[in-house]
Design a protein around this ligand. Structure first.
Ligand code: 5GP
Length: 205
């Protein structure tokens, strides 16, 4: 596999999708991994674009069938990444971008560490996150409170990531994201490094 994986985590409302969209013409060809979830679609979200929206029964069948690279329960719903499209994109040499939670990051890191670069994206403060979640008004009070509680836990895992992007001004955050995305393509697996050493030694004769 020649591709690379870039894992993005951070609280809902951190602006991950906006940042990717903003930087999309600066990061070359990439595949954005569309997750499967049991959470109901928000207004404006489309099946097959934002997520694959499925029932708990279907999700649990997919778990049994071993279809997920990783999955986790977030905010009382299942979220998971299907293995097949990721493998295909990697074998085509693409950069695969994941928007997954910190549990998902740990699992992907454990399985595919060689290919993984990670960045945690967050608004500057908890207050600002709260403001943004209420301003986008896509969730009710209980859901927002649940997301804020989850965000307080997720920030504790920030030191597990290679990079942190504070999303204060979206243009600046997007430009930082583009730098990280382009650098992540240059990451070499242990196998590639071994080959490089052999080639380097042979070439010096
Ligand atoms: P939201 O409901 O706001 O779209 O997403 C809630 C959280 O679930 C976010 O932190 C997002 O990164 C995470 N998430 C989305 N897809 C996946 C996935 O496939 N796996 C995991 N582990 N987390 C996911």
């Amino acid at each position: 596999m020649n591709g690379a994986i870039l894992v993005l985590s951070g609280p809902s409302g951190a602006g991950k999708s906006t940042i990717i969209e903003h930087a999309s013409d600066q990061i070359g060809e990439y595949y954005f991994s569309i997750s499967t979830t049991t959470r109901p679609p928000r207004e404006g979200e489309l099946d097959g674009v934002d997520y694959y929206f499925v029932s708990r029964e279907i999700f649990e069948e997919d778990i049994k069938a071993g279809q997920f690279l990783e999955y986790a329960t977030v905010h009382n719903n299942y979220y998971g990444t299907s293995l097949k499209p990721v493998k295909e994109a990697l074998s085509e040499g693409k950069l695969v971008i994941f928007d997954i939670d910190v549990q998902g990051h740990r699992l992907v890191q454990a399985k595919m560490g060689d290919f993984v670069t990670s960045a945690f994206i967050t608004p500057p403060t908890l207050n600002e996150l709260e403001k943004r979640l209420y301003a986008r008004s896509t969730d009710n009070d209980t859901v927002i409170k649940n997301r804020i509680e989850n965000a307080k836990k997720e920030i504790q895992a920030v030191n597990e990531f290679d990079f942190v992007i504070i999303n204060d001004v979206v243009e600046i955050a997007s430009s930082k994201f583009a730098t990280i995305a382009n650098a992540s393509r240059l990451k070499k697996s242990a196998e590639e490094l071994e080959k490089l050493v052999i080639h380097w030694q042979d070439g010096s004769k």
